[in-house]
Design a binder for this molecule. Structure first.
Ligand SMILES: [Mg+2]
Length: 233
């Protein structure tokens, strides 16, 4: 088969955090503003910079360029401070590791992430479950690249094209994610989308959002492999 760029979402697709993410955003908000968060973060596939900006607005604080600049630093340190809780309360999702292993041994496949997490947090969270070794973090698209998830596909494709000397565009890029925002990012950004209903969105909702293929979860490795590689040229 030809070259194929596979871009994984992280939260609720590869790993489950059981509310630790919301604690991280609460603590990041406190580090950023000096006041405790009263309103919980709304995530659902939003990028981390977008989550922080929305939290500021919900607390009646007008986001400034200083907030945006310091958000990356506080998100990084808030995540590092909760990594033990992430490891204790969270877990890798069933089938995630087997899917990563199967795709790693598929010729032509390059695996990275397309994540609303800023780059250091993508690595930190996956490292908590020893899943980071399957993914190439030099490429990929991150919340630290752009606060709009739709724009992250182009970052990932450009990085992968430059690194491997192969043109990656919609014809050979597959995004795997659990939210309507993942589906939208693929449709608007230029990637095929395999959606997994392991987050809060149902299979029907992901289908309605326009996913090319929808799986209940990653448990059936052969089905995941078949779905992802169905888009290789
Ligand atoms: Mg997700």
């Amino acid at each position: 088969m030809g070259d194929l760029l596979v871009l994984w979402d992280i939260d609720h697709t590869l790993i489950e955090n059981y509310g630790v993410n919301k604690e991280i955003y609460g603590w990041a908000f406190e580090l950023l503003t000096g006041q405790p968060a009263v309103h919980r973060a709304r995530t659902d596939g939003r990028t981390e910079p977008e989550i922080m900006r929305n939290m500021l607005l919900e607390h009646g604080i007008e986001p400034t360029t200083d907030h945006a600049a310091r958000a990356l630093e506080v998100l990084d340190s808030a995540t590092l401070s909760r990594i033990d809780a992430m490891r204790e309360r969270g877990h890798e999702l069933p089938g995630a590791r087997d899917a990563l292993v199967a795709l790693r041994s598929t010729p032509g496949v390059v695996q990275s992430v397309l994540s609303g997490n800023i780059r250091p947090n993508a690595i930190t969270k996956l490292s908590a479950f020893s899943l980071e070794g399957f993914l190439d973090f030099e490429i990929g698209g991150y919340g630290s690249d752009d606060s709009a998830r739709d724009n992250l596909v182009a970052f990932a494709q450009r990085r992968a094209s430059e690194k491997f000397g192969v043109l990656f565009d919609k014809s050979n890029t597959v995004l795997i994610g659990d939210t309507a925002r993942d589906v939208q990012a693929g449709r608007n950004g230029g990637a095929h989308v395999v959606a997994v209903a392991s987050g809060s969105a149902s299979m029907e909702e992901l289908q309605a959002a326009g996913a090319d293929l929808v799986l209940a979860d990653l448990r059936d490795t052969d089905a995941v492999l078949a779905a992802v590689t169905s888009f290789s040229r």
